[in-house]
Design a protein around this ligand. Sequence first.
Ligand code: SF4
Ligand code: FE
Length: 480
Amino acid sequence: MALKTGAEYIESLKGLNLTVYANGEKIENIVDHPLIRPHVNAAAMTYELAHDPAFEDLMTATSHLTGKKINRFTHIHQSTDDLIKKVKMLRMISQRTGTCYQRCVGFDAINALYSVSYEMDQKLGTDYHQKVRRYVEYLQENDLMVAGSMTDPKGDRSLPPSKQADPDLFVHLVEKNDEGIVIRGAKAHQTGIVNSHEMLIMPTTALGPDDKAYAVACAVPTDAPGVLHIFGRQTNDDRKFGEIDQGNAKFGIVGGEALTVLENVFVPWERVFMCEEYEWAGTLVERFASYHRQNYGGCKGGVSDIVVGAAATIADYNGTAKASHIKDKITEMIHLTETLYAGSIACSAEGRPTPSGAYFVDPLLANVVKHNVTRLIYEIDRLAQDIAGGFIATLPSEKDLRHPEIGKYVEKYFKGVASVSTEDRIRIARLIENMTGGTALVESMHGAGSPQAQRVSIVRQSNLETKKRFAKILAGIKVD
Ligand code: SF4
Ligand code: FE
């Protein structure tokens, strides 16, 4: 049955038997749970809109495998027209959900794997491509949602998979037998996974011969034995239990990310698309990434000092502190912080007495300081988030960390460098999340007046006529 409706998609999720924990509790009914339902609704739009005649051309395609009409999210691009329609389709859906509908990741994964498996077979004489074709046909025929499972927890970022203190910090092969393979590890930040039917596992980075066991690509049902999902917290997610305060109650924010643990999961050979061909891991990662990127820009000085310190600390904990681009970003954050501070000192130093005798700061420079805050704090916070990594937005809750059964997975897969406790890494990550999030940024924008209020003051006090006079004199133009 091709082309499910939104309701049929939601109904199909009820037939799955996923193991999902959120906020320290096992979730029995994913579809109706307030933390998850908005993400289900958003993904359902990728199904529902395929039945709207106005969007048929964008939302559906003709399968090159079967000649049948299929949902575009299961399509393998056949032309530049398909690629353009993909972009137009995403824009159109975003206009109706205002948030992530999650299905593009698997869409990009099947497209990446489709071409890479072909090239692998040509070079190595393997038979992966035919299996990928059959798998894609299965997805098309059943209109399934696939999570693109690439990102590994990665542990100490300065070390390759095989050198990690814990070998499971990247998904790896445990066993090969006549029937298939057994894999273990975890995938992090899994967008839409708890409301997907399938997950397409891929390596997360280019690999060398020592990391051959980590070169695994395969398809696994999201409810397969040994698969467990720990749903990530979102800022202000308690608001999901109300309505208006959510802002977008129907569709939520971002994609409902989870940590997915793979505890000795068996995968039959028919669903294995890469097994130890480490030379091809980098190509697959790059191709997937290119598809996915197609889709997608005085008091604050003290606050920023903490953000800089937190960013430098998380870099230590992640094992990235020695990377030159990280050092450069920290330098940039310090430069921007001191730029804010310098403006405050300057407008104070240039202050003048008022007729009352009380001093007044230089209003032009004071306005410049605040105007800088509306921009530079965003840049400082942007760099802090860049350095920290995406896990600050997808971490499970403290209750999950302390949970008697699943706490061990949070402990294990959120570990950075071996010498630092997972709890300390989580603590500094939560601090960065808190200090660089929406409320803090909006306060930088609008506290003490909006940017436009400062621009009005700046131009009023800039003495533009004097500047014009200087220019005219230099140019030899007669002035009064
Ligand atoms: Fe798709 Fe990614 Fe955008 Fe979500 S964030 S709608 S998965 S492109
Ligand atoms: Fe995304």
